[in-house]
Design a protein around this ligand. Sequence first.
Ligand code: IVH
Length: 662
Amino acid sequence: MSEAKKRLSWLVEELWKHGYQYYVLDQPEISDEAYDTLFRELVELEEKHPELRSAYSPTQKVGGMPLKKFPKYKHREPMLGLQNVYTPEELEAVFDRWQEALGSAFSVVVEPKFDGLAIELVYEKGLLVMAATRGDGETGEDVTSNVKTIRSVPLKLREPAPALLEVRGEILLLKEDFRKLNHDRASKGEPVFANPRNAAAGSIRQLDPRVASARSLDLFCHGIGGIEGAVLESQAQMLEFLRDRGLKTNRLTKRCNNRAEVEKYYRDMEARRETLPYEIDGVVLKIDSFGAQRELGFVARSPRWAFAYKFAAQEGNTILEDVHFQVGRTGAITPVAVLAPVSIGGVTVSRAGLHNEDQMRLLDLKIGDTVVVKRAGDVIPDVQSVVVAKRTGKEKPIRFPTKCPSCGGKVTRIEGEAAHRCANIACPAQIAERLRHFASKRAMNIEGLGEKWIEMLLQHKLIEHYSDLYDLKAKDLLTLERQGERSAQKLIQAIEASKTTTLDRLIFAMGIRFVGERTAELLADHLLTIEAFLEATEAQLMEVEEVGETVATAITAFLSDKHNVSEVRRLLKKGVTPKAIERSAGKDTLQGATFVITGTLPTLSRSQAEAMIKAHGGKISGSVSKKTSYLLLGESPGSKFEKATSLGVKTLSEAEFRKLLE
Ligand code: IVH
């Protein structure tokens, strides 16, 4: 036991140290693999000895249960705002006032003004006990469990820790992660975030810490509210102190000795703005010496010793000339604003995103309106608002199309979803993506039919619908550029082989909204034949396990489109034969359990393990999610292992897995 205890506390220290090197200093000392190995060892040790697990172990970075609502938190010291200046003249006036009030020379610390979410972290005796939003400055919300999931936030400060430290900073979502998040949301038909700041705020205000955890947030510390047990004299010293204690500060911070240096810094930052991985909207200048800060004091709700020097707004006014509707690869129909060209921050803007119908209604947009357009970094411009005062009465209302602009198919909006969608499986705007899904491994499993083939086949009009695949002949393919006889033959064989399939695969292959692999399996299990599926009513569908109203509506929307049903019938006519899934009787020990496999297992091959799971009524999934029941873990696992630990998914060794089957 004492061996384990020693090893455990060594691992905790070691992992904190390497986390600091990596996340705060950006100077990793060991490889990611080595870190993962240590992390895994710690997870295992803690599983064996749960009594030794501390609340500040690096494994505890993922918060607990979802909350109903955030408790309020009153800041001991109010969190103030900054006064803004916009021009060199205004900056000069600030410097003049400082010169006059302080009498002697002073230096100024400058840093970027981060466009994120203000936060306060409270450390008592070195331990993180509270993280709260700014709120109205006096009272914020206790978002500790979410803030704990941010990688660069230490749960424990490095020694020697002060008795109390209230540190302030800004939570950010990197531009890259923002784009990914929005892309993901748009493809699911969820409303997108207008900018990284809203996305960061939305993530931190998630009631389920696992959602916050899945978004890669970061934090830059830039100040303190209160401190006990350490004496600090200046902003520069404080930043160094914070970094030494393990808190992340920004590298671009500088000390300037005069106004010219501040101006130069401002111009440098403005020039670098686009290339920075996070959004900034200006620079902040603060008198370095705390003594001088005290002398200057406060006015109303802002300090006299600090100012934000903001960049010119990336906004402009123009006329909304039209709204176009685009069909995305997944059938989502998005409105795009067509604008009278306007120059904003040196870039001509003539198109802007409108996201979805709700957003348009919210803005109360009409054709002919004067609108405020904003460029947010390198994100596509957004229509921010309507200048209602400029309305003449000649503006025209905008109607959302009821027919798909690409194929004329029926447009539906599923309850609870932001996006309108075209549900026609033959819609040309969606066909490439749909074919890719149709052919994919877990659907019809047509080996070799990847993006490139699909692209070529569509381009040469050799296919238009799924069913056309089954008419293809090797000689058709040979007419295409650079296609050898062998690859053509192979593809034809793979298409032929896909005819023998199962009902669940065929249903899944249709790419019906919300019908993933598992739902397809449940549907197939319940309905047994393709005929029954094609004729199923909403009520019948709702009888299927795990199928609720949303899924049932999506399926009926699909089935109510005649093109879709006749396409399925064509597939059947051309020889696609979906068999109902056979269950091995009596061996359903894993019924309802979903497995993910990672790494190399000691004796079983992956396909053997998969076959064993299926034979016992279990399901296999390619990626770890909240719904995963077990992660079957072999040697040198991939990132799935980390994901599973972070989600609290149970892991099994091969031996444990075999036991479970018994
Ligand atoms: S210092 C006494 N430094 O801007 C005020 N604030 O209007 C101390 N902000 O919500 C603020 N970057 O969260 C400071 N480098 C920076 C900042 C920064 C962004 C935010 C801050 C506050 C707002 C002030």
